[in-house]
Design a protein around this ligand. Structure first.
Ligand code: ADP
Ligand code: MG
Length: 690
């Protein structure tokens, strides 16, 4: 029995040159070659009569060459007429090699395979594959469908077919790719074994053609199942290793939390309470928490973060909260100051914009533990920040946080003798099942409820030329004491031009609405100005805030109830949902207007319609997944993470749940088999290694 990956050059017929070509297809081992599945099939199992040929279909025919004519110019062109007992067809060659020209003579019998086309003189085949038939050596007919693989320059279908066939033979002879999925699972799904599945897919019987084209065969499902299973096992193993590390146990039940809750102007929703409960328990353990909070925009994640941080502080430890933007970090700082200063808790703030004098004091306070709660941007982890007693790391709004980054963070946060607990919060809800497979190395908590009294945001989609109506609406809203966001998303490549566009919009709006106070915030606004503008908006001194997408995540101003988004057709669903989530945070009915530039593509129409029809982040995520695929939705396309050889998380969605069950069984009963599966499917993916 052989569980090791066998380098491709062990296969007969694979020399340096072919190995190089195969590498371009990411085939390095015999196993890789076997998992390089056909993209489609041809049916060459029966010979068709020439009179029954249909144009634009592939066919096998047999006949005798009647006439051979070399068209006038160019010696490489050749046309011949092939005849069987029912009719004739032309075979047209544009580049015929000299040895082929010698074969293609009058009276020779051929078996040809090719596409039937309608030419100037009736049906023809252009450059058919052909074999000569001699009476003493009759050709056997193929019993199987002919696979077509994705190929590359220098590697013909013929070579690939031959290689695949010898890889299959190797598999049977050398016992590679032995069955590792428990037989109970194979039986309950009526799956074939792995080997049967591979044999079937590379050399399928003729009847299977339709199912094969739809990737609907059990053999295919069987492979997808195993691949998904291996990915999940890998993530679970990472989690298990991490969870075995030591960390400090933070006891529950201190008075700080009671005081804090007592002074909050609201009570926690049931969902918030449940999630807080889960976190409280995790933090009291001697192994690190690794938890993801998923909660739609406005579901109240910040309070949960505060509660977790208080538990660290009560126990004499530090906690840090990292936000993806300066603006959000700054807002958190203001909110936490308001919450925590009455409790006599020391806070520190750090971002790349903090001036060096202040920074020095901050760094000292972090290093000598006078700062108990530390807030900031990724500067917190990029610079030489020394934490005295860090017990908890929280990351807010990290909706594009891949396995790889998660691993990095764990390393960075690692203290001499213990690992800090980790909490990751995201508002980009991805479909639950997908989340469970993408975040299998984390425990997930879901805040599936909004605070009471929230009214759904009413969204309208309007063409740019109806801007006047929008201005009228804004005027009314401002008169009624409401506040408005006006977002100008990136349409210019350059940051400078982009900011200029926002400046222009702000000037124009101020002209159109002279009685309103218009504020402006963009990527180039200094942090000081950002702070004062946000404060003025927060306090209601600014009625209309013109902004670039800097306000996309986290910003929380309850009185703002109108959101205008220009060029909405250029933004992704997740981003639109985030932006829209800036309103509808209080108890006032909110409106969102998506302005677009005519004409809209079909896809853009569909996306804007989704935004109009629902406010539910999970539904939007599901649609997004269907429209763009999981790579885009999870932001993993560039990094290559979660790239499957065969599986497709959208198409194979219904397999995810059974895969989860199978992974649990396997990890419980057969760790060795699990290791083999991980190596088999993810062997060269470092990101998944512990
Ligand atoms: P998000 O989950 O998007 O980060 P926030 O934490 O910013 O949401 O909360 C949105 C708003 O809802 C904030 O103003 C917050 O104070 C308020 N909020 C949070 N929890 C509750 C609750 N249980 N009842 C009422 N308001 C709440
Ligand atoms: Mg938030």
């Amino acid at each position: 029995m052989n569980d090791h990956v066998v380098p491709i050059h062990h296969l007969q017929g694979v020399g340096k040159q072919i190995a190089k070509h195969l590498a371009r297809l990411h085939i390095y081992s015999i196993q890789d070659l076997l998992f390089h599945l056909p993209i489609r099939y041809q049916d060459r199992t029966n010979i068709q009569m020439i009179h029954s040929l249909i144009r634009d279909q592939e066919a096998v025919i047999e006949g005798e060459i009647q006439v051979v004519s070399q068209p006038r110019r160019g010696k490489t062109k050749l046309l011949c007429e092939l005849q069987d007992k029912t009719g004739t067809i032309h075979l047209r060659f544009f580049h015929v090699l000299s040895f082929q020209a010698k074969i293609l003579r009058r009276g020779v019998r051929l078996r040809c395979y090719g596409d039937v086309r309608l030419g100037s003189a009736g049906l023809e085949m252009i450059h058919p594959e052909f074999q000569v038939i001699t009476l003493d050596k009759p050709l056997a007919l193929l019993q199987h469908l002919t696979p077509i693989y994705s190929a590359t320059d220098g590697l013909s279908q013929y070579t690939l077919r031959k290689l695949a066939a010898s890889a299959l033979a190797w598999m049977e002879r050398e016992h590679i790719l032995e069955e590792r999925v428990p037989s109970s699972i194979i039986h309950s799904h009526s799956f074939p074994t792995l080997k049967q599945a591979l044999q079937f897919i590379h050399r399928p019987p003729r009847e299977a053609l339709a199912d094969l084209m739809a990737n609907k065969t059990l053999a295919h499902k069987r492979l997808v199942f195993e691949e998904l299973l291996s990915h999940r096992l890998s993530l679970l193993r990472i989690k298990r290793v991490f969870k075995a590390q030591p960390s400090v146990s933070l006891a529950e039940g201190g008075t700080l939390i009671q005081h804090y809750l007592h002074h909050l102007p609201f009570t926690l929703t049931a969902a918030q309470q449940r999630v807080h409960h889960e976190i409280k328990y995790d933090l009291s353990q001697t192994h690190p928490m690794l938890r993801l909070i998923q909660g739609d925009v406005g579901s109240g994640k910040t309070v949960i973060a505060a509660l977790a941080m208080l538990q660290a502080v009560e126990n004499g430890y530090q906690a840090v909260l990292m936000a993806p933007t300066e603006l959000l970090a700054e807002q958190h700082y203001q909110v936490f100051k308001r919450w925590f200063e009455p409790l006599k808790i020391q806070l520190a703030f750090l971002s790349s914009h903090v001036k060096s004098v202040v920074r020095k004091t901050m760094l000292t306070s972090i290093a000598n533990c006078t700062a108990q709660i530390i807030l900031g941007t990724h500067a917190l982890f990029q610079e030489h920040v020394q934490f005295a007693k860090l017990a908890l790391i929280i990351i807010d709004e990290q909706h594009r946080f891949g396995v790889h980054q998660r691993a990095l963070l764990r390393e960075k946060g690692m203290h001499a003798s213990y690992h800090p607990h980790q909490l990751i919060m995201t508002a980009t809800p991805i479909p639950r099942t997908l989340a469970m497979s993408f975040y299998a190395d984390l425990d997930c908590s879901l805040i599936d409820e909004l605070p009471p009294g929230r009214l759904p945001i009413v969204t309208s989609v309007l063409a740019n030329h109806r801007r006047d109506e929008v201005i009228t609406r804004i005027r009314e809203a401002c008169c009624a004491g409401r506040q408005v966001y006006w977002v100008c998303p990136l349409i210019e490549e350059s940051d400078v031009l982009h900011c200029q566009a926002a400046v222009k919009t702000a000037e124009q709006l101020q002209k159109e609405l002279p009685t309103c106070q218009v504020g402006l915030i963009h990527g180039r606004t200094s942090s000081q100005d950002k702070e004062s503008v946000m404060q003025a908006f927060q306090q209601g001194q600014i009625n209309i805030l013109v902004a670039t997408t800097v306000i996309e995540v986290g910003v929380d101003v309850a009185n703002a109830s109108v959101m205008i988004i220009e060029n909405a057709e250029r933004l992704g669903l997740a981003q639109l949902h985030q932006l829209r989530g800036r309103v509808g945070r209080g108890t006032i009915a909110s409106h969102c207007v998506l302005l677009y530039q005519h004409p809209l593509s079909d896809l853009a129409k569909e996306r804007l319609a989704i935004m109009r029809n629902t406010n539910d982040g999970f539904q939007i995520a599901q649609k997004d997944l269907e429209l763009r695929g999981p790579g885009e939705v999870l932001g993993t396309k560039q990094t290559g993470e979660l790239s499957f050889k065969i599986a497709d998380l959208v198409r194979d969605y219904e397999l995810i749940a059974p895969v989860q069950q199978a992974a649990d069984i396997l990890l419980r009963d057969d760790a060795y088999d699990a290791d083999v599966l991980i190596e088999r499917w993810l062997g060269n993916k470092q990101a998944y290694r512990v």
